[in-house]
Design a protein around this ligand. Structure first.
Ligand SMILES: Nc1ncnc2c1ncn2[C@@H]1O[C@H](COP(=O)(O)OP(=O)(O)O)[C@@H](O)[C@H]1O
Ligand SMILES: [Mg+2]
Length: 446
């Protein structure tokens, strides 16, 4: 709007001061130019006479001139932009709780209004963390409603429990774990009566991203047990003898917090073939590990041992003996039905359009691992977020977003299967890789 038009609007308003529509037009124009007169023109307005579509504008103008209490009167009503303005006004008045409620209500009905800076202002506070035991004392400036117990959790995170329902497909493996691990764990007396030996662990192997770690976590959730996820860096130590001591301490911890599930992810790092390891120390670690596992055969009630590896052929064969990882299960790439159910799990709880066809997507994602599918859904979500921002309203994930994402994500399981085929063909001692050969045969890749 040029100066002349604005001037004629101001003249018209001077002649008809009760023309609210005209007044709003003037305020909007002045405000967009950052002209302080906007506020004085807003003084005459009442909330009742101001239409719902204009209230956020008027409240904003009043708030900027410092009249928060007058601004507040214009923020009644549940339109998202009015609620958002209410949050700002209440924050200016020092009512953080009320402001947060208004902010949440606004974002809930229109997620594109999300404003992280404002949210941080609504939540900032300073918490002092005294530390646990010999832990450090921390002063934490937190931008959310973190309290002390939450700080403990953040500093010592515990992943939320999941169950078999969160793992798509893999029905056979779930049954095997159920039968061989969970049941003896839940009914030890019955198994003892039939002189069935409990103990020993399960080694899951297969291509990366197909659910080995997920399955292990779900097993812990399934039996409501403490989950001890042992990472290599929890054990390996540069000082001689330290790694063995740490490993022993971890087994002790598992025994002390039964029921518990110990999970050794990337087992090959701790239990690699002894002839391949360069230093004597790693070979000592393998021996220590074997001793600990054997100790569990005698005294293992309440502790399940699981492990996973992408390279099972690199693991010391001594770990396969009875009482150790004597049950070795192949976690294959998901088949079509499994992919459909994984997609279902991954899309659950996100805004999705009615045109989503899980079956069709499953058919178009042959060779995709679960992690590839997660990548696919995340990429489609990025597209939907971009569309939401450009349209200023929530646009759900639809087939077009997923198809676009399909053009960007490549399946990753083929490479692993090619390597595994060679091991399965040429070093298949005791038929340990028969499941891989079966899988390849079934999918015409042998
Ligand atoms: N069967 C599955 N069901 C649901 N999600 C899966 C499945 N397999 C893989 N995923 C997804 O891929 C991610 C990586 O899987 P993960 O279990 O870590 O693979 P890995 O076999 O390498 O341990 C998981 O966090 C999950 O989001
Ligand atoms: Mg893993």
């Amino acid at each position: 709007m040029d100066e002349a038009t604005l001037r004629s609007l101001l003249e018209a308003l001077a002649a008809t001061p009760d023309n609210t529509a005209l007044r709003i037009a003037v305020i909007r124009e002045l405000d967009s130019k950052g002209d302080p007169r906007a506020a004085s023109y807003a003084d005459r307005l009442t909330p009742e006479a101001t239409g719902p579509a204009d209230r956020a504008l008027v409240a904003g103008v009043l708030l900027r001139t410092g009249s928060a209490s007058r601004a507040l009167a214009f923020t009644e009503g549940n339109q998202p932009d009015v609620q958002m303005m209410r949050a700002r006004v209440l924050l200016a008045q020092g009512d953080q709780g009320g402001a947060l409620a208004a902010y949440d209500a606004a974002v809930k009905s229109n997620p594109t209004l999300e404003d992280r800076d404002l949210r941080h202002q609504l939540l900032s506070k300073v918490t002092v963390h005294e530390g646990q035991g010999d832990g450090p004392r921390l002063r934490v400036v937190s931008n959310d409603d973190t309290d002390r117990s939450e700080l403990d959790r953040l500093l010592h995170p515990q992943e939320p429990p999941i169950t078999f329902d969160d793992v798509g497909g893999l029905a056979e493996i779930k049954t095997a774990i159920e039968k061989k691990i969970i049941l003896p764990f839940q009914k030890p007396a019955l198994f003892a009566k039939f002189k069935k030996k409990a103990g020993g662990g399960i080694l899951l192997y297969g291509p990366p991203g197909c659910g080995k770690t997920l399955l292990a976590r779900a097993t812990a959730g399934q039996v409501n047990a403490t989950f001890l996820n042992v990472a290599i860096e929890d054990v390996l130590d540069m000082y001689i003898g330290e790694s063995e001591r740490k490993l022993h301490a971890l087994f002790d911890k598992a025994r002390a917090s039964t029921p518990s599930v110990m999970f050794f992810d990337e087992l090959e790092a701790l239990a690699g073939k002894r002839q391949h390891t360069r230093e004597g120390t790693s070979s000592k670690l393998v021996s220590q590990f074997l001793t600990e596992m054997d100790g569990f055969v005698k005294n293992n009630s309440g502790v399940l041992i699981l492990a996973a590896s992408n390279v099972p052929w690199a693991i010391d064969p001594a770990f396969r003996r009875p009482g150790r990882f004597d049950r070795v299960l192949f976690v294959p790439p998901p088949d079509k039905a499994a992919r459909a159910s994984i997609l279902q799990i991954l899309l659950k709880g996100r805004p999705i359009a009615t045109d989503i066809d899980h079956g069709q997507l499953a058919a178009r994602t042959s060779g995709f691992s679960g992690a590839d599918l997660e990548n696919l859904v995340d990429t489609a979500a990025d597209h939907a977020i971009a569309a939401s921002l450009s349209k200023n309203t929530e646009v759900p994930i639809d087939m077009a977003h997923l198809s676009a994402a399909l053009g960007e994500i490549k399946p990753t399981t083929i490479e692993w299967l090619t390597t595994a085929r060679n091991y399965a063909r040429y070093s298949n001692e005791g038929g340990q890789y028969d499941e891989v050969l079966d899988f390849l045969k079934k999918h015409g890749k042998s």
